[in-house]
Write a protein that binds this ligand. Structure first.
Ligand code: WTA
Length: 675
């Protein structure tokens, strides 16, 4: 029997709360556990609310904070929470009224108008600038008034397809200001993906830019939009931000320049009064079927969790400069570039470039230039920079950094240690944060002032979160050390409320697999200390460089190629990107190609996926095969293919259920030929 690997615990980062009185949670695990226990106890909901239901001396100070302290309400809420997972009708802070844009901008612009709201680090290092809270307020109001002038009303959807410019923040908040529901589409998505997302939420107005800049390259944003809009009859106005100023196609009567329209409207827009449960945004994400899901988040609960996780998971204090390097088109950008930091009045960063442009020192140059205190990135970027060598960090002052975050996929211990040693200089807290588009905010993470860290583990639940491990087959709870399906047992304020126009799918995906729990789709293990380690998805979702992709979506993209009869897509472990997409394709018998031409066919199929979904979903390998292993009822047995590619052909198990066993040999042969 082999012993379990010894995990080296890292002490609490010596720089946590440096320059401030003390960390928000600490000084040790016991302090965290006491507060966590309260937050999931019988009166746990009150942790989120500042409710003076009983004289204050009966309540610990933590119960007197949160919702009322963190958010400004036009009308106070009366009910902290209602609803249940089983019913799929969870609601928080009922009767409460507020506005997200007011919470993110106005109150800070009035208290400290000249404070930097956004550090905009442009693609070319010399072209960025800082945007103050008062400037942000002006821009948000202008765009909000432009949207109103285009007829956008409370409850309407607005699609946003923008690159990483600070104006994107103004676009999000302008929608929120007038009560419009934004649906931001990651600017790496193709015209077809953009089209489908616009059509699903039926937005009349789209906000975009002429072009984008990234890594020294120019991206033809508006040209992609024009392509998409050929099949979006509902869109009648397109607001175009001038980012590069290059000549672009403009459709008279439909396309309008952002800067020209902004000139025509007044400088102040009264924020719309929104109910806590009014939708704030839709964000499409991949699930186990081909059709992306429009995950819906509401206002009060989402905003509160976004702010409190920034505060506690990153131990953010006044004066800090927070930098999340994700794209605004993903949930990480929504919550940790925009809504979380700005609700707290913290300076946030919009980073337009890549980690390696103009050199692999770009991130560290940026940290030094702005004196960033927090840096939140993804394992895939950390692995890439580790590979480039730590000499790229050596000439930069990184001592302002206190907390380093990781998100999106499991972080391997080598990448974690490198991050800790070379970026954190063994003095920062490294927080591995687990969460999802649907959770809205961080679910598991070691809190910096309280928890000794373990490389590769997201470890402990945030306040109010009660994760459980469930045995997949029986639904029984796994107690103590062990492995199982990760579910969440207690509703939290930023849980997604529904899937846009498809509540049945919401219930089926998250609530029905294990009744009474929210199903994450990930498996996890719990160690002797009670710490949680995320293993990865157990459904048909694969994770490439932190991008969440569905195998079914990629298969559907391949099948749209005129020659493809059938496709099976799997995720295979990859040193750099975490997982990589491998596709197995059967061509139609009538589609003729010579095997000497296979390389160009493979290229064509890769282009097909880039075109239908976007470049980030492109398969790393495509195998043209004559047959696929299937059950007798015709279901493709992807787990068999996955094992063959992963070099585990000796562990295929019982093959008696394979309808045509020769298909297995064919796959084996094809895979060995290509190695
Ligand atoms: C994975 C991103 C391991 C997980 C915020 C989850 C992680 C999916 C971690 C959600 C982590 C996210 N360790 N795996 N720290 N964080 N994941 O919706 O599989 O884009 O289900 O949200 O990413 O991806 P999504």
């Amino acid at each position: 029997m082999t012993d379990a690997p010894v995990v080296q615990k890292h002490p609490i980062g010596s720089r946590v709360a440096k320059g401030h009185v003390k960390p928000h949670v600490g000084p040790d695990r016991k302090a965290y556990e006491e507060e966590h226990t309260q937050s999931v106890g019988e009166r746990g909901d009150e942790w989120w609310a500042k409710r003076r239901l009983t004289p204050s001396f009966f309540l610990s100070s933590s119960l007197l904070q949160k919702a009322n302290e963190t958010l400004s309400w036009y009308r106070p809420f009366q009910t902290v929470r209602s609803g249940s997972f089983a019913q799929g009708n969870i609601a928080w802070f009922l009767e409460g009224e507020l506005n997200a844009s007011y919470n993110c901008v106005d109150r800070h612009a009035s208290a400290s108008p000249d404070k930097t709201a956004i550090v905009y680090e442009a693609d070319e290092p010399s072209q960025g600038r800082n945007i103050t809270y008062s400037e942000l307020l002006l821009e948000v109001c202008k765009v909000a008034n432009v949207l109103k002038s285009l007829g956008v009303k409370k409850g309407d959807t607005v699609s946003v397809y923008l690159p990483m410019t600070w104006h994107a923040v103004a676009a999000f908040l302008a929608c929120a200001r007038i009560g419009a529901i934004h649906s931001v589409v990651f600017a790496g998505f193709s015209a077809e993906s953009l089209r489908d997302r616009i059509n699903d939420c039926q937005s009349r107005v789209l906000i975009t830019s002429d072009e984008g800049k990234r890594g020294g390259k120019t991206i033809a944003t508006k040209a992609i939009v024009d392509q998409a809009l050929k099949e979006c009859p509902v869109v009648d106005k397109v607001l175009v931000l001038r980012r590069t100023g290059n000549e672009i196609n403009f459709v008279d009567g439909r396309d309008l320049w952002w800067h020209e329209e902004a000139e025509k409207v007044s400088s102040y827009c009264v924020p719309e009064t929104m109910n806590s449960e009014d939708p704030l945004f839709i964000l499409y994400t991949s699930g186990s079927t081909g059709k992306p899901k429009g995950v819906v988040h509401t206002t009060g609960g989402y905003l509160l969790c976004a702010a409190l996780t920034v505060k506690y998971v990153f131990d953010v204090h006044p004066g800090d400069k927070f930098a999340c390097m994700a794209d605004i088109g993903w949930i990480t950008g929504h919550t940790y570039i925009i809504y979380g930091p700005l609700t707290l009045g913290t300076t946030t960063t919009v980073f337009e470039s890549t980690p390696v442009y103009p050199s692999p020192a770009r991130y560290w140059e940026t940290v030094e230039k702005h004196g960033l205190t927090h840096f939140y990135s993804a394992p895939t970027a950390i692995r890439l920079l580790r590979q480039q060598g730590h000499h790229h960090l050596q000439s930069f002052t990184l001592s302002t950094l206190r907390v380093l975050g990781s998100v999106g996929e499991p972080i391997n211990s080598e990448a974690w240690e490198w991050y800790n040693e070379h970026v954190g200089q063994n003095e920062c807290s490294v927080v591995d944060t687990f969460w999802q588009t649907e959770t809205g905010s961080i679910v598991l993470a070691p809190l910096p002032g309280a928890i000794e860290t373990k490389p590769g583990a997201a470890q402990v639940p945030f306040f109010g979160q009660a994760p459980v491990l469930v045995e997949a087959a029986t639904g029984e709870l796994v107690e103590g050390p062990g492995e199982g399906v990760l579910c969440l047992s207690k509703p939290w304020p930023s849980i997604a409320r529904t899937i846009w126009k498809d509540h049945a799918r919401y219930l089926d995906t998250y609530m029905n697999p294990y009744p009474g729990y929210f199903y994450t789709g990930d498996s996890a293990s719990r160690d002797e200390d009670g710490d949680i380690w995320i293993k990865g998805r157990i459904d048909d979702v694969i994770n490439v460089s932190g991008h969440r992709l569905s195998t079914a979506e990629i298969e559907s993209a391949l099948i749209l190629h005129k020659g493809v009869a059938e496709a099976a897509v799997i995720g295979i472990g990859d040193d750099m990107t975490g997982q990589a997409v491998h596709a197995f394709v059967i061509m139609k018998p009538e589609f003729s190609y010579s095997s000497s031409n296979e390389t160009s066919l493979v290229k064509e199929l890769i282009i097909q996926v880039r075109k239908v979904i976007g470049p980030f979903a492109a398969p790393k390998k495509v195998y043209i095969v004559g047959n696929l292993p299937k059950t007798r009822s015709g279901k493709i047995m992807r787990h068999i293919i996955r094992k063959i590619v992963a070099g585990e052909s000796d562990q295929l198990g019982d093959l008696s259920t394979v309808a045509e066993p020769s298909a297995v040999d064919q796959i084996k042969q094809k895979v060995s030929e290509s190695q």
